[in-house]
Write a protein that binds this ligand. Structure first.
Ligand code: TUI
Length: 314
């Protein structure tokens, strides 16, 4: 009953569990696996050129007959072209990150795509509700990758109170306890990234996935605040160099130069020492690489048990 949320009806899915649209990590294989398991899989467009995204969408269409979406990273140099690809391919759900998608919303709504921006603040959530988005993903700073400054615990209820469209909680959710907590905060659904990145179907380099399994709760660090694009990654040689350069007052250009290509190096080439190993703080509670269906079933099975345990304590 609890799982029969507004998000399931809006997106035509069984469970209100979205997979984060992680650049380089969230390929067609992962997205299709999550959609086949009853959630909403997303392809992370990241900095993909339009042709590569089109190929990835076509691959996902072959791997699942369920709805799936595309996450568009608004800092991408190809943002306009990749928006056109999702429109041409009639992708049913578009999530956006790292910016304000306002100007693209009319075109996406015209093809009937559901538009769900990721926000890190109440102000942007309110602005986007007025422009006509279908739901909001409120993402706390526990997340991996590009993060805001407010935790999930504090952000989600404030966004829930500020808008009347459904809110999906993201950041710091790694099992059924996290899902129930998000629902308690008023969210209608959750978005989960790091846990799905550590799945068998995720095509990321085995060393990247092992880094998630090995991580503890304090293994990640946020760097890049001085560039205006703070990013959470596993602390390693790259973050040490980055922090040193930030302390020495390096320019944004120098810092961007240091970060260029480092996410791909970590995720695709397995360079976890000098790559940008973007993962969330929940990495500390992930103990094994498991199939997506098993991860999903365990969460769904444990939700009523978590709630029962809670009510016993009342
Ligand atoms: O976008 C993400 N997470 C990401 S994007 C990414 S790729 C990247 N690579 C190198 C440097 C930076 C990013 C890796 N992880 N999450 C969604 C998200 N969006 N979190 C925070 C925001 C956000 C932040 C500021 C959204 C809007 C915003 O301000 C826009 C405005 O106009 O107010």
């Amino acid at each position: 009953m609890l799982l029969n949320s507004k998000i399931c009806q809006l997106l035509n899915i069984k469970y209100p569990i979205l997979q984060g649209g992680m650049a380089w990590v969230a390929t067609a294989e992962l997205a299709a696996a999550v959609s086949n398991a009853g959630g909403l899989g997303l392809i992370g467009a990241g900095h993909m050129p339009p042709d590569a995204l089109k190929a990835e969408i076509r691959k996902a269409k072959k791997l699942t007959d369920k709805p799936f979406g595309v996450n568009i990273m608004l800092m991408s140099p190809f943002v306009k072209e990749v928006m056109q690809v999702v429109i041409d391919e009639r992708v049913p759900v578009v999530t956006t990150g790292a910016g304000n998608p306002g100007e693209y919303i009319p075109a996406l709504r015209e093809i009937g795509a559901k538009v769900i921006p990721v926000v890190a603040s109440v102000a942007l959530a309110k602005r986007l509700e007025r422009v006509g988005v279908d739901a909001i993903i409120a993402e706390g700073m526990e997340s991996g990758g590009h993060v805001g400054e407010v935790t999930t615990m504090a952000l989600v209820p404030q966004v829930v109170d500020a808008v009347s469209i459904p809110v999906i909680a993201a950041g710091g959710i790694g099992d059924a306890r996290g899902v129930v907590a998000a629902l308690a905060l008023g969210a209608q659904g959750v978005q989960i990234g790091t846990l799905f990145a550590a799945s068998s179907e995720c095509t990321a380099h085995p060393k990247y996935k092992e880094a998630i399994v090995k991580a503890k709760e304090r293994s990640t660090i946020v760097t890049g605040a001085s560039t205006g694009h703070p990013v959470r990654t596993i602390a390693n040689r790259l973050t040490r160099d980055f922090t040193e350069m930030e302390k020495r007052g390096a320019t944004v250009e120098e810092l961007d130069q240091l970060g260029a290509g480092k996410l791909k190096a970590a995720v695709r080439d397995g360079d976890i020492e000098y790559g940008s190993v973007m993962v969330g703080q929940v990495a500390g509670m992930i103990g094994a690489i498991r199939p997506v269906a098993e991860i999903m079933q365990e969460i769904v099975k444990n939700i009523p048990e978590v709630i029962t345990e809670l009510t016993k304590r009342m």
